[in-house]
Design a binder for this molecule. Structure first.
Ligand code: PHE
Ligand code: ZN
Length: 875
């Protein structure tokens, strides 16, 4: 196995360009024939040669093509057989001395036995490709790197049992062959990197629509779904049109081909893929209807549809020079899809959703051996870097540009980015300089966010003195980024910190020297001090409004101040966050002393907070959610898992008991309305389900859960009842689960919810249950969605059993990963994540986790995906 890391610093431009690619692909389950005709041009510059001493201007460089798991049949150059090449497991090296030639290569591949779902694979009755990041090399020999851009013509030949033969761009010819097969030829006029190539062949139901762009161009929209699922595709298609309109309105970006196709497939490693003109989606992010999809599912469908559509400009028209620049397209596109979702639904609940992801997952990644900057420096397996850091922290960095430049300034910078780089493969630095050219602000220090990993901590110290003019409040804000596994030295960052100062009545205060502008304090040094001179003796500083930067905050506030923030902050996010801090603090008390009782003043405060927001159910529902175990971990170290889980449970139990009347009252006050996926109705269901989960802890409300389950006419309420039922006695839960399975056993996507509910039950015999479920007729180790819902849910979210002190949970996951890795390394490498995050836990957790990681590392034939993560975690 080649496990050498590639480094960002070692980038060299390609030695050859390939302006034209002509592919003929004859589909066959085990012996697909790929004929590739490439126009190749030597780039006669010195930049692609490393050794400057011997640099003859690239005249003698061989042409090196990537190729993986391919059987080579023949090579021709300018029509003549060519044999001066060497072939190994990863490359085909052609010793050519011409500068401009036509290269023809024929090779065979085996899509049926491709279980890694990278390259061309045949699964669930359809052929499908996945090329990002480095999958094109599993289809044919090619310089598989994003800075080689080519115009593609692709002829797909297949059996007529695959009536639909699709590839990128526009269809230019179709016909039948004497042997009974048929073909379609596609042409994509936009030069693209090979990772955006796609091919799909199968028999689908087709939904069609049209979209007219602002400039009057008509675009045909086509959505391909499994037979019989047509009605579940209408929402996705409508979402696509909303996304197209939004990108025109907000960024002035129009679609650039005559046809936009989306195919939903059941076997897919990730969420979806932005192949030019032919997106391939995990069916989970396409199919949705009232009966089978929750409100969250609807939300995710719309967000992912938009995300992939937005890539057409941020990713496809302007692409990445090399994979270290992944955040160039992903951070930016996630930011764009978040803004879109906020506009389509609600800014507040969106912001909270994304902050939860940062706190639960990104902070954990940054605290682990996998810590990396949003632009990584070193990579063994690129698939391991499609991370919450590159995506979500990357989006937070783009959001900070947006905050600092304002919506109009940001738009100007984006316009300049496209003006400069349309049609190019560029770097994060190119993005920053486009932004820089349109703003007065000096972005030099800000750009450290691209190179520095770790979660910065922003701390506040508050002192009050008094003099003849009144009270003088001194606020000292410090920043500090603890060293991370990948990087010990940290420099001060340029951090926009939302900053609001209020008194007990909600009056707002300005600082003496006006350093707080637009409720923002720029913290660009290790320490910043501001003062406020006023009549008020007690002031409450409120930090990080709207989560203005991806940092942790230390701001010692008493309960009264937290409740003041809840009552009076202008920023709804801060109000929510104050309640989260309050809950977190109560849980700490119970963690330190399990017999502690929470002060009655706190319950009264929460009670009053609920009363005050009874008509603002969007904020109310979010405020009633107790921080997850995973979130609680991010503000603690040396964690003893069971005591922390017990503390959280105890707090939840007291919450239900102490607040029963007001919770029940709120629950009964929300009328059940006819189902629609409209914001008001979504908020109502969300609030009802959060309330139900609290009430379900009290035996006297068991019937509320059962009755909601029985009456529900939509999946949101059904699932809400099932989740609440997780805290009912086992037999009640089991009986609802059995009814659910009875109804949905034919629909694997719905059954995934059921697998996940089982897998997250903290019962003692959970491992036996999971083993039994893995034999369920709908379960298959070859399908990533099934594996994620059963095994992934257990490892990520059943902390009580995963971290069980006998070590069985760790061992169970490890045993499974060893089997899975042989089939699908990408999915195995994702599920290993909770195991490599041992740093936060107390002994004996660490030792037990490391023992299993050691077993993995010693396993013969381990993929480089899993190897990279495991070896780092043990280093
Ligand atoms: N580029 C895809 C997206 O974020 C993600 C992806 C990466 C899909 C690698 C498949 C493989 O939109
Ligand atoms: Zn993306």
């Amino acid at each position: 196995m080649s496990v050498t890391a590639k480094r960002r610093a070692d980038y060299l431009p390609p030695a050859f360009s390939i302006p034209l690619v002509d592919l003929t692909i004859s589909l066959h389950p085990t012996k697909t024939v790929v004929k590739s005709k490439l126009s190749v041009k030597r780039r006669l510059t010195k930049d692609s040669v490393k050794d400057t001493e011997k640099n003859d201007g690239n005249k003698s460089q061989p042409l090196i093509l990537d190729g993986n798991k391919l059987s080579l049949v023949s090579v021709h150059i300018n029509g003549t057989p060519f044999s001066d090449y060497t072939l190994d497991d990863e490359t085909l090296t052609l010793n050519v001395d011409t500068d401009d030639f036509e290269l023809e290569i024929e090779n065979h591949i085996d899509p049926e036995n491709n279980k890694a779902l990278e390259g061309l694979y045949l699964s669930g009755g359809a052929y499908c490709t996945q090329c990002e990041a480095e999958g094109f090399r599993r289809i044919t020999f090619f310089p598989d790197r994003p800075d080689v851009l080519s115009v593609y013509t692709v002829k797909v030949i297949g059996d007529k049992s695959f009536p639909m033969l699709l590839s990128n761009g526009n269809p230019i010819e179709r016909g039948e062959n004497p042997d009974g097969t048929h073909f379609v030829t596609w042409h994509d006029p936009h030069p693209k990197p090979c990772y955006l190539f796609a091919l799909v062949a199968g028999d689908f139901d087709l939904l069609t629509d049209t979209y007219i762009t602002t400039s009057g161009k008509e675009v045909a929209l086509e959505l391909y779904v499994d037979k019989g699922k047509k009605s579940q595709g209408t929402f996705a298609l409508a979402s696509l049109k909303r996304a197209m309109k939004w990108d025109e309105d907000v960024f002035g970006l129009e679609y650039d081909l005559d046809i936009y196709m989306i195919v939903a497939v059941d076997f897919f490693n990730m969420g979806a893929m932005e192949n030019k003109g032919l997106n391939v989606f995990n069916s989970k992010f396409v199919l949705a209807d009232q009966d089978s999809a929750t409100d969250d599912d609807f939300f995710n469908v719309e967000a992912v549809i938009a995300h992939e559509y937005f890539h057409n400009w941020t990713g496809n028209r302007v692409t990445c020079r090399d994979w270290f620049q992944l955040s160039l397209k992903e951070g930016l596109t996630v930011f764009r899809d978040q803004q879109f979702s906020a506009d389509m639904t609600s800014p507040l609940s969106n912001r909270i959703k994304h902050v939860r992801v940062m706190r639960e997952h990104q902070f954990a990644e940054d605290a682990s051996a996998m810590s990396h900057p949003i632009r990584p420096e070193e990579v063994i397996e690129m698939n391991n870097f499609y991370t919450v850091t590159v995506y979500d922290k990357g989006a937070e960095v783009i959001r900070m540009f947006h905050t600092l430049l304002g919506p109009e300034g940001f738009r100007k910078g984006m316009d300049e980015y496209f003006r400069r780089h349309d049609g190019q493969a560029v770097t994060c630095d190119d993005f920053v300089s486009a932004m820089q050219s349109t703003t007065e602000l000096d972005l030099t220090q800000f750009s450290r966010w691209y190179s520095q990993s770790g979660t910065p901590q922003v701390s506040l110290a508050h002192n009050v003195t008094s003099n003849e003019t009144g009270y003088v409040h001194t606020f000292t804000v410090t920043q500090n980024t603890p060293s991370t596994a990948d990087q010990s030295e940290k420099l001060p960052l340029y951090i926009p910190v939302g900053f609001e100062v209020i008194d007990e009545d909600g009056n707002r205060y300005r600082d003496d020297s006006g350093m707080i502008q637009n409720d923002l304090l720029i913290v660009d040094a290790p320490e910043i001090t501001i003062t406020i001179t006023c009549d008020a003796k007690k002031l409450t500083p409120v930090l990080l409004g709207n989560f203005s930067a991806p940092v942790k905050v230390h701001n010692e506030l008493d309960t009264a101040s937290l409740l003041t923030i809840f009552a009076h902050s202008q920023d709804a996010f801060n109000r929510w966050d104050a309640m989260q801090t309050l809950y977190n603090r109560c849980i700490s008390e119970l963690y330190e002393n399990p017999t502690a009782t929470i002060d009655s003043g706190i319950w009264a405060g929460i009670h009053a907070a609920i009363d005050s927001e009874i008509d603002n159910i969007e904020l109310l529902s979010e405020c009633l959610v107790i921080p997850s175990f995973e979130t609680l971990c991010q503000s603690r170290s040396n964690i003893s898992v069971q005591p922390l889980i017990d503390a959280r449970k105890a707090f939840c139990r007291q919450f239900s008991t102490q607040l029963e009347a007001v919770l029940l009252n709120a629950f009964n006050g929300i009328a059940t309305q006819a189902y629609s996926y409209q914001q008001d109705a979504v908020n109502a269901r969300r609030c009802k389900n959060v309330l139900l989960s609290h009430l379900a802890r009290l035996p006297q409300h068991k019937d509320l859960v059962i009755s909601q389950f029985d009456k529900a006419d939509n999946m949101t309420d059904t699932l809400g009842a099932l989740k609440a039922a997780q805290s009912l006695p086992a037999d009640a839960f089991e009986s609802l689960m059995a009814k659910f399975e009875e109804k949905w056993r034919h629909d694997p996507l719905v059954l995934d919810k059921w697998f996940a509910l089982h897998a997250t039950q903290p019962r003692e015999d959970i491992l036996a249950t999971i083993t039994m479920l893995s034999e369920h007729p709908q379960f298959s180790m070859g399908n990533p969605n099934r594996v994620r819902s059963l095994i992934g849910s257990f490892a990520f979210y059943n902390s009580e059993r995963f971290h069980n002190l006998g070590g069985e949970g760790y061992k169970f996951v490890t045993d499974y990963l060893i089997k899975l890795d042989a089939l699908n390394p990408q999915v195995a490498a994702r599920i290993v994540t909770p195991l490599i995050q041992w740093q936060g836990f107390a002994e004996p957790h660490q030792a037990l986790m490391k023992a299993q990681l050691g077993r993995l590392l010693n396993h013969k034939g381990l993929s480089k995906d899993v190897f990279e993560k495991v070896s780092k975690s043990l280093a």
